[in-house]
Design a protein around this ligand. Structure first.
Ligand code: GAR
Length: 204
């Protein structure tokens, strides 16, 4: 077996619990074919940055507002990806949309975790707690999370893994979000990262 590992960048914007799951699963060996080399945050106050620091992973902040335009924002990110020789991008609670000009540079090399069973409650405007509010509003009895490749269609790329979670009586968006994270996102995101890294190592 070779020791080569796929170099991963994790993109975050907030609390970073999915980043933490990736760090923990890298330590425990669930992720063996890749290594997190860089954390990119769109928000300088994201707690995810503290998680990266505690795990000794380099991090950078790229603010869309400070860059002034989508083009400049993506250009800055691309510079960092080049500097760290990144081969796989993992969007883990990254709350910015990436343009087609960006995503087309990385076919099947960007993956995202979304907190519902796609194609329900996804696409433009569905992020974070809003997804769970919509699921509760509709009255679904089962929800979950999806890990998928990112292409030019928001939440529209090929599905890698999904895991269902039951909605319980009396759920609030917050209680449902937590159950979906614990029982779905934090499990299938690291498993998907390993699956994709291993596939890249073996099939290119
Ligand atoms: C997670 O639930 C993630 O699935 C969701 O935001 C949360 C981030 O939490 N992402 C989206 O809604 C993207 N459309 P985290 O920062 O603790 O990982």
């Amino acid at each position: 077996m070779s020791d080569r590992k796929i170099k991963i960048a994790v993109f975050v914007s907030g609390g970073g619990t999915n980043l933490q799951a990736l760090i923990d699963k890298q330590k425990s060996g669930v992720i063996a074919s890749g290594e997190i080399k860089l954390v990119v945050s769109s928000n300088k106050d994201a707690y995810a940055l503290t998680r990266a620091e505690k795990a000794n992973i380099p991090s950078v902040v790229v603010s869309k507002k400070e860059c002034g335009s989508q083009e400049a924002f993506e250009k800055k990110i691309l510079e960092y990806l080049k500097e760290y020789d990144i081969e796989l991008i993992v969007l883990a609670g990254f709350m910015c949309i990436l343009s087609e000009s960006f995503t087309s540079k990385f076919p099947k090399r960007i993956i995202n975790v979304h907190p519902s069973l796609i194609p329900s409650f996804c696409g433009k405007g569905f992020y974070g707690l809003k997804v769970h509010e919509a699921a509760l509003g509709y009255g679904v009895k089962v929800t979950g999370a999806t890990v998928h490749f990112v292409n030019e269609v928001p939440d529209g790329g090929e599905i890698i893994m999904q895991k269902a979670v039951e909605v319980q009586d009396g759920d609030t968006p917050e209680t449902l979000q937590k159950r979906v994270m614990v029982n779905s996102e934090w499990i299938i995101l690291p498993q998907s990262v390993e699956k994709v890294c291993s596939r890249i190592l073996h099939n290119g």
